[in-house]
Design a protein around this ligand. Structure first.
Ligand code: C5P
Length: 219
């Protein structure tokens, strides 16, 4: 079974997707972490972020792997733990530019489909229901106001020791939404058959319960 959870930055997708996966015993794939890892690689190698050929040259052999841990999920780039590095402002502020490159998307989508091929999976991102797993049995599109999303991100960042103001986060989130929604290749969009969940006034437990109910009806 495939469960696709899409939505804008900070809509709570990852938190909910992880919990749903744990409850069902499915694997969880955070596709945003994959685009973030590609961005960290390009920044570290000082590649111009609009040089698709240079980025692809390095990306094609780059390994991106996940490992479950007590604190969530660890992300590795060629074996190096980049779990924290991919959440730094530099990666966050540049990821939309890298993720808009068509060949980068093609490469990531192929990796994501491979991960999904032999597993019951919960996958979260921007284009999972529309492009990566168009036949997913359950598709959810999560939304929340920019203010709510910035508050949530702020809380998460504080817990991780990353210091950013709520006002800056609001700007960053709105800008990332704009870029992710307006790119030419598989922009952030609700799939026609996705169920929209507005999490602004819902608890995490309520959101998870709503998705588990959907899963029951589609099984
Ligand atoms: O989900 P997260 O906020 O970590 O995603 C980081 C960025 O990766 C997004 O802003 C977007 O540019 C890109 N992304 C994407 N397609 C996905 C997942 C993430 O373009 N499926």
């Amino acid at each position: 079974m495939q469960i696709a959870i899409d939505g804008p930055a900070g809509s709570g997708k990852s938190t909910i997707a992880k919990l749903v996966a744990t409850k069902l015993g499915f694997i969880y794939c955070d596709t945003g972490a994959m685009y973030r890892t590609a961005t960290v690689m390009a920044l570290r190698k000082n590649l111009p972020l609009d040089d698709e050929a240079a980025i692809m040259d390095q990306l094609k052999d780059l390994t991106i792997t996940f490992k479950p841990s007590a604190e969530g999920q660890l992300v590795f780039m060629d074996g190096e733990d980049v779990t924290l590095a991919i959440r730094e402002p530099d990666a966050t502020n540049n990821v939309s530019q890298v993720s808009a490159l068509p060949q980068v998307r093609e490469n990531m989508v192929a990796r994501q489909r491979e991960i999904a091929a032999n597993n019951d999976i919960v996958m979260d991102g921007r284009d999972i229901g529309t492009t990566v797993l168009p036949n997913a049995e359950v598709k959810v599109f999560m939304v929340a106001s920019v203010a709510t999303r910035a508050q949530r991100r702020h809380k998460e960042n504080v817990e991780k020791g990353i210091m950013t103001s709520v006002a800056d986060l609001e700007k960053e989130i709105a800008e990332r939404d704009r870029k992710d929604s307006s790119r030419a290749v598989s922009p952030l969009r609700k799939a026609a058959d996705a169920v929209e969940i507005d999490s602004s006034n819902m608890t995490i437990d309520e959101e998870v319960a709503e998705i588990l109910t959907l899963v029951k009806t589609r099984r």
